[in-house]
Design a protein around this ligand. Structure first.
Ligand SMILES: C[S@@+](CC[C@H](N)C(=O)[O-])C[C@H]1O[C@@H](n2cnc3c(N)ncnc32)[C@H](O)[C@@H]1O
Length: 322
C-alpha cells in the first residue's frame, strides 16, 4: 500500500470502510460495488444532470405529482411535523413542501455526500430562515446517522424519502430499511416515499442508458473515485456501461463490463477481470402499487394515500406508522 493512502486510512476511517467494501465486493464471484459510493461530489453533480435528462422520466414525473398534490400531502402530514430526509442530496424536493406545511418544527436532511449536503443546507437556511435545519453527513443505513433525532424526542416525525431511492435496495434490504426507518418513528408518525412503477422495459432502459451518456459517466466515475481515493489504476476506457431491465427481479441493473482480460490494482491488491466480466454497481427496483402497499404493511406502516401521474409511471405514498 502506498504511503499517502496509509496516512489517509489513519486520518479518515471512512476511507478504510470504502476500501474494505471495494475489496470485498470485487472478490465476489459476481463482482459488486455498493451503489452508495457512486455519490462523491462529482457523482452527485452527475446525478443532478441525470435528473435533467429527457430520457430520465423519474424526476420530472415525480415533480409533477408533487406540484399537483402538494396541498393534500401537507394535509396528510399535518401541523408541526419534524421532517427527516435520508439521502437528501441537494434538498431541492423538500422546499416547496416545507413552504406548504403548517408550522413544521424542523428539517433534518441526512446524506453521505458532504459537499452537496452542506451547500444545500446553507441554501435552505437562507430561503427558509424560519425553519430549524440540522444536517447530518452519514450513512442512513447506520444508526449513528440518526443521532440528531435524539434531541427532538417530543416532535411528530415524518420521513421524506423521494427519488425512488428505496429502489436501490433489493426487496429484503428494502424491508430491513423500512423497519429501520420505523424504529426512529412512533405510532402516528409518517412516511412520504416515492417509488418508480413497473413499466415498459424500453422506457426503463432508456432512462438508465441515456443518449447523452451522462449515466455512463456517473457509473464510470466510481472507477475514477477508486483511483483517486484508494490508489487504484482502473482505466475507465477499458470498461463499458451497461444497464438492462431484469423482468423477473423487476429491476434495472447497472453494470460495468470489462472490455478485455485485465488486472487492476487497488491499494496494492490485484483484481483480475475476464473479458465480458461485469461489476454490478446499482439496482433500481420497480414496484407495482399492490406490491409496495404490501411491503409497507409488512414493515409496520398503514398506507393512507398514494398519488400517481396519468401514465402510472411513478407513485408517491403516504403511510402512518401502526
Ligand atoms: C437517487 S439520489 C436521490 C437524491 C434526492 N433524494 C432526490 O430525490 O433527488 C440518492 C441520494 O442518497 C444519497 N445516499 C445514497 N446512499 C446513501 C446512504 N447509504 N446514506 C446516506 N446517503 C445516501 C446519495 O448521496 C444521493 O444524494
Amino acid at each position: 500500500m502506498n504511503m499517502a493512502l496509509a496516512q489517509r486510512l489513519d486520518a479518515q476511517p471512512e476511507i478504510g470502510e470504502f476500501l474494505r467494501d471495494v475489496l470485498e465486493g470485487l472478490s465476489e464471484q459476481q463482482k459488486t460495488l455498493p451503489c452508495k459510493y457512486l455519490y462523491d461530489e462529482t457523482g452527485s453533480r452527475l446525478f443532478e444532470q441525470i435528473c435533467e435528462l429527457d430520457d430520465y422520466y423519474l424526476t420530472r414525473t415525480e415533480a409533477t405529482i408533487f406540484e399537483e398534490n402538494l396541498g393534500e400531502m401537507a394535509t396528510c402530514i399535518g401541523p408541526e411535523a419534524l421532517i427527516v430526509e435520508p439521502g437528501a442530496g441537494n434538498c431541492e424536493k423538500i422546499q416547496p413542501l416545507l413552504e406548504e406545511l403548517e408550522s413544521p418544527s424542523g428539517y433534518m436532511p441526512i446524506d453521505i455526500s458532504p459537499e452537496i449536503l452542506l451547500t444545500a443546507r446553507d441554501a435552505i437556511k437562507e430561503r427558509l430562515p424560519q425553519i430549524r435545519v440540522h444536517a447530518t453527513v452519514g450513512d442512513f443505513t447506520q444508526h449513528s446517522a440518526w443521532h440528531a433525532l435524539e434531541n427532538n424526542g417530543g416532535d411528530r416525525r415524518v420521513i421524506f424519502f423521494p427519488g425512488s431511492t428505496i429502489g436501490n435496495f433489493n426487496p429484503e434490504q428494502a424491508r430491513a430499511l423500512l423497519r429501520n426507518f420505523s424504529s426512529h418513528l412512533e405510532a402516528g408518525d409518517g412516511l412520504l416515499i416515492g417509488t418508480d412503477l413497473v413499466k415498459d422495459s424500453v422506457i426503463l432502459e432508456r432512462a438508465y442508458c441515456d443518449s447523452e451518456h451522462v449515466t455512463e459517466a456517473f457509473n464510470k466515475n466510481l472507477l475514477v473515485r477508486i483511483n483517486g481515493e484508494l490508489a487504484g489504476d482502473f482505466d475507465p476506457n477499458l470498461f463499458a456501461h451497461r444497464a438492462f431491465y431484469h423482468p423477473l427481479r423487476q429491476r434495472v441493473e447497472m453494470h460495468l463490463v470489462s472490455l478485455k482480460d485485465q488486472a487492476v490494482h487497488i491499494a496494492g491488491e490485484t483484481i483480475r477481470f475476464k473479458e465480458g466480466e461485469t461489476i454490478h454497481t446499482e439496482n433500481s427496483h420497480k414496484y407495482s402499487l399492490d406490491d409496495f402497499h404490501n411491503l409497507l404493511t409488512e414493515t409496520g406502516y398503514i398506507p393512507q394515500k398514494h398519488w400517481c401521474d396519468g401514465r402510472r409511471h411513478y407513485a408517491i405514498h403516504y403511510a402512518r406508522v401502526s
